[in-house]
Design a protein around this ligand. Sequence first.
Ligand code: SF4
Length: 398
Amino acid sequence: MEFYSLYLHIPFCRKRCSYCDFNTYAGQEDWIPRYVDALCREIDRVAQSAGETLPVRTVFFGGGTPSLLTAGQFEKILTHLAGNFSLQPNFEMSLEANPGTVTLDSLRALYDLGFNRISFGMQTANPEELILLQRLHGTEDVISAVGWARQAGFDNLNLDLIFGLPGQTLESWQKTLEQALSLKPEHLSLYALTVEMGTLMHRWVNRGLVANPDDDLAADMYEWAGKRLDEGGFSQYEISNWAHRDENGSIRSCRHNLQYWRNQPYLGFGAGAHGYCRGYRTANVNGIAAFVKHCQESTLPPESRFPIGPATDQATPVDEPTAMQETMMVGLRLTEEGVSQQAFSERFGRTLEDVFEKEIRRLIGLGLLEWAPPDQDRLRLTQHGRLLGNQVFMEFVG
Ligand code: SF4
């Protein structure tokens, strides 16, 4: 049976962070009730056009700041999800939350609704760096939020951190990571800052108001973090993601993101959300007002159009050669698992070597890829290859 994942985009933020280029909007909270209604409508229309009740293993509310929605608004959305999809036993339901926007009561309400994984955007523990990032929260908010989440019942908690910030020293990064570890998260996501066009950070860097991030120093930070996390009982399973090993040595990876990295199907709901399903990559209209309008007004006949929904802006067919390339690009991000020969053959009816013989031979020769022991069934990055991931991924394209 083919399982699905669902991504729901909540594009509201109290304030725009200086580095953010996500599809999110500050000062638009008045739209939230209409947006929630539109989201429910989109869920109904898309799910009912599928021709079957799709089995769902993971649901992820991302943003933006999903924690700006009330429990009542989440309940409404979840009712539509449960009414339209077959939510599998033990399905994972994650929420991204800004530490400054939660309370013990709000977290209790979310847990009671069925959320079983929470991800806080901690980013850094250094107050000056938080100001540089224009984050609304302080480290004390993170400490409170994690404590409340534990009291509410969450036993699967992630912290997002950013390194390679302008002016950040290795020592400052080390303190941030130690602070994060002291909060005993089950999962950590560490992202290198990229200064994206159109962001406030980009303007500051261009005008020389802040230094350009130092790539070599960022690489040192990444390397140090990998060693420190290994000592601290974490296993890296993706280029930017680590999970804590339990007493049996198993880890709680983010199952929702595994669906992306294994190139398996997901549906995206909400403004600007992307999906991948039945041979199409889809993208919704970006703006909040446009999304609401499309969901209210569209008269598209839903029966024949799945996965195209009322707010779909683009639907790009993915042919088999492209699907194979994409499977390599995303699968090689999984540093332990890599791309499974068996799964690839079952899906495409051809072996990895049949399709990518030249690329694999060359990258193994360069020491960037390896067949993973003990059964040599999985192709993955070497330690050295992890530092040059993008270069490796590009070898499989075109
Ligand atoms: S809270 Fe997150 S989504 Fe919102 S502006 Fe900041 S980085 Fe972007």
